[in-house]
Ligand binder design. Structure first.
Ligand SMILES: NC(=O)c1ccc[n+]([C@@H]2O[C@H](COP(=O)([O-])OP(=O)(O)OC[C@H]3O[C@@H](n4cnc5c(N)ncnc54)[C@H](OP(=O)(O)O)[C@@H]3O)[C@@H](O)[C@H]2O)c1
Length: 282
């Protein structure tokens, strides 16, 4: 999978949100052993250190694709640079493959200058691909107008019952690759009828149908599982092709109110440790 700059990003990655810090090193080592070559973390998950420990223990630091993200409370030009260095130290790499602004946090009004900080870090060679997450068209338009440069990647919530056709169309029109987070809808969307029907037709699991629905449409996916069997299953989801009718039937499940995450226009949590702890995310 290549973004618009021609950089190759492994299309199926391993997500680490809500894997407690004490379990993260083992889970990431297991994922790497099973063949994952793309790990997704964030400063707000408070497990970057343990992702780094797994990379160091397996000798994979610098050899696999690692994405991390800037917390809301670190937005701003200077603050973003400080936070970036902290993430780089914890991950134990000189260059971060992909660094994303985690949320636009429009109430703070810093995302334009934060985007400029990421572009500067890219120009300095410290980030391979600067990108964004949870950006709606209005936020994407604002950074494009301000900096003259669209991000290569927008990591957004996409799963069968909440597939964001509007944001995806905007991204497509601007050459922005879509990376689907919560690609399985927290595991809830896999029981939908068009999914189970396609699974039966292709002799695969419902989870594999959902992931193939994403990858066949060109999206990067980062499913998370604590179980080796599911990690293996998710990574092995590319060996068949869905028909156009099967894809259309899954697309048609879209319900604009079926999001499992927050609304980017109003998400204003700081993502500090205390904040994430109170919200039960760590
Ligand atoms: N940028 C953002 O704001 C943002 C927000 C949310 C998530 N993310 C990223 O996206 C990653 C994935 O999202 P997510 O964890 O929210 O949701 P997800 O990957 O859609 O779903 C994970 C859930 O599905 C279950 N599962 C995994 N594989 C399965 C399979 N093959 N069959 C049935 N159930 C399965 C898992 O259970 P077990 O663990 O018990 O197997 C877990 O409960 C995160 O880890 C994080 O890296 C980013």
């Amino acid at each position: 999978m290549c973004d618009k700059t021609g950089t190759s990003i492994p299309q199926i990655g391993f997500g680490t949100f809500q894997i407690p810090p004490e379990d993260t090193q083992r889970a990431v080592e297991e994922a790497l052993e099973l063949g994952y070559r793309h790990i997704d973390t964030a400063a707000a998950y408070y497990n970057e250190q343990q992702v780094g420990d797994a990379l160091r223990a397996t000798g994979m630091a610098g050899k696999v694709w690692v994405t991390t993200k800037l917390r809301n409370c670190d937005q701003g030009y200077d603050a973003a640079r400080v936070a970036f260095d902290e993430s780089r130290r914890k991950l134990g790499v000189d260059v971060i493959d992909m660094y994303l602004i985690h949320w636009p946090f429009p109430a703070a009004g810093f995302y334009r200058e934060t985007w400029r900080a990421l572009l500067k870090l890219r120009d300095e060679g410290a980030i391979r691909v600067p990108g964004v997450s949870n950006f709606l068209p209005e936020h994407l338009r604002a950074i494009i107008e301000d900096s003259g440069e669209a991000p290569a990647v927008n990591q957004i919530e996409v799963h069968p019952r909440f597939n964001q056709p509007g944001v995806r169309a905007f991204c497509k029109a601007h050459g922005i690759a879509v990376e689907a987070y919560s690609p399985l809808g927290h595991g809830r969307d896999i029981a939908s009828e068009p999914v189970t029907k396609a699974a039966e037709a292709h002799g695969v699991t419902p989870g594999q149908v959902v992931l193939r629905w994403h990858t066949q449409e060109g999206r990067i996916v980062i499913p998370k599982s604590k179980h080796a069997e599911r990690m293996r299953e998710n990574l092995a989801s590319a060996g068949f092709d869905l028909t156009a009718a099967e894809i259309a039937a899954i697309d048609a499940l879209d319900d604009p109110h079926a999001n499992v995450s927050s609304d980017p226009a109003t998400f204003t949590h700081s993502q500090s440790w205390a904040d994430q702890h109170v919200r039960g995310n760590i």
